[in-house]
Design a protein around this ligand. Structure first.
Ligand code: SF4
Ligand code: SF4
Length: 157
C-alpha cells in the first residue's frame, strides 16, 4: 500500500510496541506497512456467506516484483476505489485484510512478526520470509473478470 521507499527513519524507537494506533503520527502509521502487497490483490466475496477468497490477480498499479504500488501518491487518479486505510475505517476492513497485515495484527493486539522491516531493518525480509506476493501475481488487465475464480490462492504466510 505504499510507494517504493516506505520511510522508516526518524521514528520513535519500537513505537509499534508502545504507541497505540490512535496516537501514532502519520509517518509511524505509514511505516507500519510491511510492503507485502497482499492487500493489492483482488478478492472474490460471496454475497450470501460473506466469505472472501484471495486471488493472485493484482491491481493494475501493483509492481509484482517490489510488491509496492507504482503510483502510490497519485494512485486515486487511476484507481479511485483504492482504500486509504485509517484508524476510523480499520474495523470495517478487518474481514478481508490479510492475516499477517501489520495493521490487522496491532488492531487485534498482537505483535509484529520478526520479518517485519521495522524489526529486521531490511525491506527484503518480508520477501525472504515468503509472506509477500513477489513473483506470484498477474495483472488484472491480463485476466477476464469471469476467470478470477481460476486464480484463487491461499494467503502466503
Ligand atoms: S497487507 Fe498490510 S502490511 Fe501488507 S501491503 Fe497491505 S497494508 Fe501493507
Ligand atoms: S492503487 Fe492498487 S497497487 Fe496501489 S495501493 Fe491501491 S490497490 Fe495497491
Amino acid at each position: 500500500m505504499s510507494d517504493g521507499r516506505i520511510p522508516r527513519d526518524g521514528l520513535r524507537e519500537r513505537f509499534w510496541e508502545t504507541v497505540p494506533l490512535k496516537r501514532m503520527t502519520v509517518a509511524e502509521w505509514e511505516a507500519l506497512c510491511d510492503g507485502c502487497g497482499k492487500c493489492c490483490l483482488n478478492k472474490l466475496e460471496d454475497e450470501e456467506t460473506g466469505e472472501v477468497a484471495l486471488t493472485n490477480v493484482a491491481c493494475r498499479l501493483l509492481d509484482g516484483d517490489s510488491c509496492l504500488c507504482s503510483q502510490y501518491p497519485i494512485r486515486h487518479q487511476f484507481v479511485p476505489e483504492c482504500i486509504t486505510l485509517k484508524l476510523q475505517n480499520l474495523d470495517s476492513h478487518m474481514y478481508w485484510m490479510p492475516q499477517s497485515c501489520a495493521y490487522r495484527l496491532l488492531h487485534e493486539g498482537r505483535p509484529l512478526y520478526d520479518w517485519h522491516p521495522l524489526i529486521s531493518g531490511d525491506p527484503e525480509s518480508v520477501h525472504k520470509a515468503g509472506v509477500s506476493v513477489r513473483g506470484m501475481t498477474v495483472p488484472e488487465f491480463e485476466v477476464d473478470d469471469d476467470e478470477w475464480e481460476d486464480h484463487i490462492i491461499e494467503e502466503p504466510l
